[in-house]
Design a protein around this ligand. Structure first.
Ligand code: HEM
Length: 74
């Protein structure tokens, strides 16, 4: 697979958050490579508050890593 994660460094916290989102979504993509299955399951989680809360939690965990890697953009 072509490299898609070459650095954890980002210029701004917002870009860092977007990287965290990418990591979360890539995690799903590696876990379930079948796009047709992801499309089917999307309909369920998109309208389920608990699933969306868990998805945001995964993003938040990745954001902790990205923020630490950027020394909290200090
Ligand atoms: C769309 C995030 C889990 C399937 C999206 C979008 C976001 C997102 C932000 C809408 C924006 C965009 O299309 O770029 C996440 C996060 C997850 C997660 C953070 C958990 C860590 C899942 C799971 C599935 C899934 C478990 C299914 C197995 C999809 C699909 C779309 C989508 C198929 C595309 C919908 C469309 O383009 O119409 N996801 N997602 N996601 N998600 Fe997730």
């Amino acid at each position: 697979m072509a490299a898609w994660l070459t650095s954890l460094q980002t210029d701004t916290p917002q870009e860092g958050f977007e990287l965290a989102l990418k990591l979360a979504r890539k995690g799903v993509g590696y876990t379930q490579p079948d796009a047709e299955v992801r499309d089917r399951l999307r309909q369920e989680y998109a309208e389920d508050a608990d699933s969306l809360t868990m998805a945001s939690q995964v993003v938040a965990i990745h954001f902790q890593t990205v923020a630490a890697a950027n020394n909290y953009w200090k």
